[in-house]
Write a protein that binds this ligand. Structure first.
Ligand SMILES: *Cc1c(COP(=O)(O)O)cnc(C)c1O
Length: 375
């Protein structure tokens, strides 16, 4: 047989079902790519597309990462013992209740490994974080998407969508891309109302930005089937290192540990995470900067007469007419935002909150384009 023999199956004919129909996640474009494509100086390109911390990473985290680089010939601690102990302390749970991942996205994938497969359903909001649906489809399970009401998750409708086949129900608080959260008391009631054959995946990627987050730890202590996921990518500013974690009843984390890679989190990320976790001052400063930035953007949108979704996190979605065209026009002027057509919101773009100067720049460019002053 040789490669040109027409009897040979192509690689595409050899894949397992679902691979060819699996949708692909579209990440925010890297600054260097945009600069190269448009012939711009990368230093002048502003990326407000992936909800990263505009102040950068926790300096303590960066210093620890640099120290860890001196020993990268060694495998990392596969059990992440120190980081998990610190997280457990921080959360007031037992170390055995904590699992770390290569980003919290990995924890979502581990949940798929353990709970999803053909014939099984996962319930999620229709405009919730895209990864829930991708993971569900990846494992051959069926996503059941529930419309949001006023850009917020409809908890009663999520409950009503649960069937005997449901294994996972996803709820992000706040949600990406809408920037909204449900009331804490409503979330606790929702968690209590779930039937015992369902695992509740509560995504707290932006929890540090909330004033009054729902606390599910008492329910986890009761042994309820809940996993809360968090990340170092957002307020801690460590998105490039890929580090996230989950906390749950120990029985649940033990199952997730069975399906992860032995060294799923690298040594540099483990060290940076330990240090960043203790850097409360950085978190507070980031929170303050974000609060001011949200107000600045909201005031700017109002001046421009643009509808926006009031946000409780570090990004805000604004209605601009043709979201894809606005994304392109802003990008041509060196500002990268996120178009929302993929979320069924083609008239909207999502803008991450930047520093004061960055927010002023995106508002200025947006204003010029909205008023038709742009060349
Ligand atoms: C950014 C984000 C995450 C975090 O992903 P990581 O893999 O930890 O970087 C998780 N959930 C939501 C809703 C997010 O927006």
């Amino acid at each position: 047989m040789n490669a040109t023999d027409s009897q040979e199956p192509s690689v595409a004919e050899l894949v397992r079902p679902g691979v060819l129909t699996q949708p692909v996640y579209e990440p925010g474009k890297p600054i260097d790519d945009v600069a190269r494509e448009l012939g711009l100086d990368p230093a002048t390109v502003l990326k407000l597309a992936s909800n990263e911390n505009p102040l950068g990473a926790s300096p303590a985290g960066v210093a620890a990462a640099q120290r860890a680089l001196r020993q990268i010939e060694l495998y990392p601690d596969g059990g992440a013992v120190r980081l998990r102990a610190r997280l457990a302390d921080h959360l007031g749970v037992a170390p055995g209740q904590v699992i770390v991942g290569n980003g919290s996205n990995e924890i979502l994938e581990l949940l798929g490994h353990v709970f999803l497969g053909p014939g099984v359903e996962a319930v999620m909001g229709e405009r919730a974080f895209a990864v829930y649906k991708l993971v569900t489809l990846l494992f051959g399970a069926t996503p059941v998407e529930v419309p949001l009401v006023d850009h917020r998750h409809d908890l009663d409708a999520l409950l009503a969508a649960i069937t005997e086949r449901t294994r996972l129900v996803f709820l992000p608080s706040p949600n990406n891309p809408t920037g909204t959260a449900n009331d804490a008391a409503d979330i606790v009631r929702f968690a209590r109302a779930l039937p015992p054959h369902v695992i509740f995946v509560f995504d707290e990627a932006y929890v540090e930005y909330l004033d009054d987050p729902a606390d599910l730890r008492p329910l986890i202590a009761e042994g309820r089937k809940i996993i809360c996921t968090r990340t170092f990518s957002k307020i801690y500013g460590l998105a490039g290192l890929r580090l996230g974690y989950g906390y749950a009843p120990a029985e649940l984390t033990a199952l997730l540990n069975r399906v992860r890679q032995p060294f799923n989190v690298n040594a540099v990320a483990l060290a940076a995470g330990e240090a960043a976790l203790e850097d409360a001052a950085w978190v507070e400063k980031s929170r303050e900067t974000n609060r001011a930035g949200l107000a600045q953007l909201a005031a700017g949108f109002e001046r421009l007469g643009l509808e926006y979704i009031p946000s409780v996190t570090n990004f805000v979605s604004v209605r601009v007419g043709d979201g894809a065209a606005m994304f392109k026009a802003l990008q041509a002027r060196g500002v990268i935002v996120r178009p929302m057509g993929g979320y069924g919101m083609p008239e909207w773009i999502r803008i991450s909150v930047g520093t004061r100067e960055q927010n002023a720049r995106v508002l200025g460019e947006l204003g010029a384009l909205v008023r038709g002053e742009a060349e």
